[in-house]
Design a protein. Structure first.
Length: 105
């Protein structure tokens, strides 16, 4: 493992953390970093370790997360479809079909 300082880890798309500020967790992060470096853990191994620790602590992800966007009124939907259609007509058509079938609600 040749980790460099300042290397950013990728986050899943749409991922927003619901944790306290990083200042409160900095001591935990530093200690975890020290342990993982001592044991030369690879990426997959760190995922395995985190999963095992969560199981031992009986930690579960939140049951529900708010993944729904605010609904757009008809005027905003029409402006969205028009704006997308101007740049790429196929995408505009797909968005229009989604909203007309209720998939965009």
């Amino acid at each position: 493992m040749a980790a460099e300082e300042g290397v950013k880890c990728p986050q899943p798309r749409g991922y927003r953390t619901h944790t306290p500020s990083s200042e409160r967790l900095s001591a935990v992060i530093n200690e975890t970093l020290r342990i993982w470096r001592t044991h030369h853990l690879e990426y997959d191994q760190t995922q395995y370790v985190v999963a095992r620790v969560c199981r031992r602590l009986v930690l579960e992800p939140p049951r529900t997360r708010n993944r729904r966007l605010d609904q757009l009124d008809l005027g905003k939907v029409e402006r969205l479809v028009e704006a997308i259609s101007q740049h790429h007509s196929t995408h505009g058509l797909m968005i229009k079909v989604l909203f007309q079938t209720g998939a965009g609600d």
